[in-house]
Design a protein around this ligand. Structure first.
Ligand SMILES: *[C@@H]1O[C@H](CO)[C@@H](O)[C@H](O)[C@H]1NC(C)=O
Ligand SMILES: *[C@@H]1O[C@H](CO)[C@@H](O)[C@H](O)[C@H]1NC(C)=O
Length: 456
């Protein structure tokens, strides 16, 4: 499998040129939407968060898994990709040159199709749920997203030439049933937040509201008020912490001054030589400590910082179902939690969790099981991100209630990965212009849920 190389940091002037050429007529006419949305649901079997958008000509619905990481949208172009409007991005195109990690699919010996083109820019789509990646054409096609969420599904906003990568059918293995690709919400140049903002001329930011199973959530791109029923507007009441970029490349890719040719199926891909390193596009935040029931948990602060090699720190991941902690942090948090819960009868551990309780002996509140709060103490914030029982505890099939944190072992790349369960029914605003994360804490503590988001 190919390793995943980096995205280029491009100059503003070039990008402007690029996006003028793909700009839809409606935005040029000044009538573009101020926001677009993606509906979100949770797939029970995989615990992935899935979304749906429309693509191609004639338009068809496409189901894909949401990912806060990744470099751009990828979809399976092998199985059933039928469209009269796709176009390959030539190797010499500006958009291809902006992607330092791109290669050139020089020839494909087969009938032309979206996944088989000559002289086409290619990239390395990755299934971040399984860590499998491959090479695939970079192409453009029509993509449509709704402009409103509720009360009614609104009119669609269309991007005539949305740039994405062609994955192959085997790459969809491990994704939620029916999902044929992944939507990247990362800070990368061609991931959805930046590509949509450039197309529609709205702010480079999005809000993520992940639903628990059987509820509906949303991703809102652009400039929208965060209004929820009944009459709750969270636009002005989020708490902000800086979004951090892990500055260090961790995965070397490619060779200096050497052109590599390799073959995937019928396609010959050529990589022009230079040392590429994956530039992390994930969202990191400055966690400075953890409190349980108000008491500071003792831990090695060095692990909370990103070191010179890019190791350590705290990031958010929608592909990780639960929060994953470096072993000593996991142990310290588990011990502190157990101490506060000493009066509640324990239950045997249930994989992958260590600390479980008899579910019948734990009270229930509006914010979930009645357990100690976990506070994530963050850089430059007046208040912590308070995690209540609904986001910290996981009910198992056998009736146990477990602390939903997983041991990452002793040398994980990232010390703290905040997973999907901990983010559910929290409104999170990723503001890429101000480079900050806004968070609401658990919405039911504010009398609403992601399911009650309204727009339009
Ligand atoms: C690519 O070019 C080769 C050589 O000219 C040709 O045989 C092949 O059919 C072309 N492939 C596509 C997909 O157009
Ligand atoms: C804290 O963590 C760092 C990084 O893993 C390690 O080098 C150091 O020895 C640790 N310090 C203590 C006191 O355990």
């Amino acid at each position: 499998m190919a390793r995943l190389p980096p995205l280029a940091v491009a100059s503003g002037a070039l990008l402007l040129l690029l996006f003028v050429s793909v700009l839809p007529c409606r935005a040029a006419a000044g009538g573009g939407p101020s926001s677009v949305v993606l509906p979100v649901s949770k797939d029970d079997a995989t615990q992935q968060y899935v979304t749906m958008f429309r693509q191609r000509t004639p338009q068809v619905p496409v189901k894909a898994v949401l990912d806060l990481a990744g470099t751009m949208l990828w979809v399976d172009c092998d199985a059933g990709y039928v469209s009269s409007s796709y176009a390959g991005v030539p190797c010499g195109a500006k958009s291809c040159r902006l992607l330092k990690n791109a290669g050139c699919a020089i020839t494909c010996i087969d009938a032309p199709s979206a996944g088989c083109l000559n002289d086409t820019c290619s990239e390395f789509p990755k299934n971040t749920a399984t860590s499998v990646s491959t090479a695939g054409n970079i192409i453009t096609d029509v993509l449509s997203l709704p402009t409103t969420f509720r009360p009614a599904p609104g009119p669609l906003a269309t991007v005539p030439a949305f740039l994405f990568t062609c994955g192959h059918t085997f790459l969809t293995e491990g994704l939620a049933d029916g999902a044929t690709g992944m939507v990247s919400l990362s800070r990368a140049r061609f991931a959805l937040p930046t590509q949509l903002a450039d197309t529609f001329r709205f702010s480079r930011k999005f809000a993520l509201c992940l639903p628990p199973a059987s509820a509906a959530g949303v991703v809102v791109f652009g400039d929208a008020p965060y209004t929820f029923q009944p009459g709750v507007d969270l636009s002005k009441s989020l708490i902000y912490t800086p979004l951090l970029v892990n500055p260090v490349s961790t995965v070397p890719y490619g060779r200096k001054d050497k052109t590599t040719k390799y073959f995937i199926g019928e396609t010959t891909i050529q990589l022009k030589g230079r040392v590429w390193r994956e530039k992390p596009t994930d969202y990191f935040i400055g966690l400075t400590g953890i409190k349980v029931n108000g008491h500071t948990v003792p831990m090695n602060a060095t692990l909370l910082a990103i070191d010179k090699k890019g190791v350590g720190g705290t990031k958010l991941s929608t592909v990780s179902p639960y929060t994953v902690l470096e072993r000593s942090i996991h142990q310290a948090v588990t011990d502190a939690f157990a101490k506060e819960m000493a009066a509640i009868p324990r239950a045997p551990a249930v994989e992958p969790f260590q600390l479980c309780y008899d579910g019948r002996k734990v009270g229930s509140t509006r914010v979930g099981p009645s357990v100690p709060t976990i506070e994530l103490v963050l850089e430059s914030t007046a208040a912590s991100w308070v995690v209540f029982g609904a986001n910290s505890m996981v009910a198992t099939k056998g009736g146990a209630l477990c602390l939903g944190v997983v041991d990452a072992g002793t040398e994980p790349q990232t010390s703290v990965v905040i997973g999907g369960h901990m983010m559910e029914d929290n409104l999170l605003e990723f503001d890429l212009e101000a480079s900050r994360l806004g968070f609401s804490s658990y919405l039911p503590s504010r009398q609403t849920t992601c399911n009650n988001f309204r727009l339009g």
